[in-house]
Structures are given as C-alpha cells and as structure tokens.
Design a protein around this ligand. Sequence first.
Ligand code: SAH
Length: 341
Amino acid sequence: MNIKSLTLPELTALLKDLGQPAFRGKQVYTWLHKGVRSYEEMTNLPKGLRDILSEKYPIYPPEVVRKQESQRDGTIKYLWRLADGNCVETVLMRYHYGNTVCISTEVGCAMGCAFCASTIGGLVRRLEPYEMLDEVLFTQIDSGLPVSRIVLMGIGEPLDNFDNVMRFLELVNSEDSMNISMRHISLSTCGLIPKIDRLAEKKLQISLAISLHGPNNEVRNKIMPVNKAYPIEDLLDCCRRYYDATSRRIHFEYAMIDGVNDSEADARELLRRLKGLPAHFNLIPLNHVEESPLKPSSKAAVARFQKILEDGGITATVRRTLGGDIDASCGQLRRKYTKGN
Ligand code: SAH
C-alpha cells in the first residue's frame, strides 16, 4: 500500500519500525496530507530519514493534464494523470454553501449504463485510497479554493471499490488530514445491494445517493444492466433497511431522458413504490453524450414530473447543471482525451 494510504496509527507504527519516535508519525502524516510533492519539503525531519522515506516509500502527486474553467459559473474541471499514466477527472463546483469536489473512484467503470460516458471503455482499474485523497487535496491546492464538501459522483462505481473507498473516507475525515465531516460527503451508487448493506453496517453519517433513473424493471433494465442482477424491488427494500439502520434520508438521482423515463405514469409509479421511505429526488436533465442516441427531457416534462412527485409528498429538486460549457459531466473529458490519443 502507498504510504499516503496509511492511517495515522499505521504510519506511526511504520516509523516506529524504522526506529523513529512516536511523534514522527503525526509529523509525516500532516505533511503528506498537506499535499507536499516530495519528502524534501518536510523540513522538520532529519535529512537521513527523508532520504530513507523517499527511497522506500515514494509519493506520486498527480499531474494536471487539462484544466478547464467554466466562464458561466466558475466550475473547474481537472483531468489528472496518475503515476501509472491513467487519467481521471475531478470537478470543483462553487455552491453558496461551500466549494464541493466531485471525485472519481475508478479509472473507467464496469457498470455499463447506457447514458454514461464513463463506462464506454469499461473498467481499467480501481483507484487507491491516496489517489482519491489526492484528487481532493490537489484540486484545493491548484485552485486555491478551500474544499468543504465531497461527492463521490465522478467516474466509477464507488461501491465496486468498497474497501479503498472506506479507507479514503477515513483518511479525508481524519483531524490531521482534511478533516472533512462525514455529513459533508455524499456517495452515489447505481445499486449494488450487498455493498449497500455492508455500508449500512458502518453507520456512517454520509449521504447515500441511489442512481434510480427509472420507476420499474422494464425501464431500468433498458438503461442500467446492474438492474438485472439487483432488481428495483430488492433495491428499494435495501434502501429501507439502510434508512432503518442509519436514519439518513436517501437521495435518489434521476436523469430525465426524453421518452424513456419521463412520463406522468412513470412519476406516479415512483410515488407508489417509494411510499413510506423518506426520500429526496434530484432530477437531472440528461447531459447529452456524443456516443449515445438518448436525449434530455424537455423543460416542461421535467417540471411536470417534479410537480407530481412534490404533490405526492416527495421533495424533488431539479439539479442546476454546472459546467455545461466544459464537458463537466461524468467521464466526458477523459473520454475526449483518450479518444484523441
Ligand atoms: N456509479 C455511481 C457514481 C456515478 S455518480 C452511480 O451510478 O451512482 C454520477 C451520476 O451521474 C449518476 O447518477 C449517473 O447515473 C449520472 N449520469 C451519468 N451520465 C449521465 C448523463 N449523461 N446525464 C445525466 N446524468 C448522468
């Protein structure tokens, strides 16, 4: 495991094995989580120790390949190159309640959703805990903007990379790292039921978002292959268990696709199925992806859908699309880059 993926107690133990006093662990951890680019920057460490660490435990800060800033809303999108040459995207969004970073959890994605650019080339590999941490850290450093919230809604399926994502959450939440509150972190999944149950056991205070995108199996099967393994009835039962275990209201994401999932009947079916489950809907007009024939719903269809949900007692917001001028949605920038190279 990379040294930057270690927790503070683990790092302290590692330094102890190198014959170092206990306080070194915290010193090195603090430096690493400040985003130093080399051990040379750790000026309060003896030179000999810095040399040993850089030889035995090299650190690999990501490099900026592309940086695009929206002229409309200040959204900044980064394409990073990782140590092995793979690229991932991170997006910084500026909301009135704080700057939010949307991170990738995998290089590519295995889930195969029909509307999503991230999955076109399949899954290349899962990200290490420190690579996710670096996305947040170096976005903050490069932009000069303090980050207070994180959403795991970039490239990849976070629950397909369960252990590394859990470790990342522990790191980024820790006091001597970025100290970002669990309540300010959202994790989004397409619906891997056994992993949602495992997450529930941990009783974290994070927000869980479910990419629903359809009111029934017929619609979901068409656009989300994961539904064939984990059908909607089972998924919603799982959401109820999650709520019972955590008392956290569940967020549902719903990409509105013209003629596919946006009818009045679809909205009413959702109301029936979600009865009694405290939920919040995020309606997202589909971002058009070049390779896909699917089109966004009209503004009128989105408004009609929202009204039916709200009249039925489910809060539903239409997500403002940020960064529309900079390919800021899921996997589009990486896709363009890999196609061009
Ligand atoms: N794999 C996880 C994390 C991705 S989160 C998940 O499926 O939840 C990114 C969100 O954006 C998901 O809800 C995803 O379904 C949605 N999305 C992907 N492509 C989109 C597109 N072209 N338009 C609108 N939403 C999209």
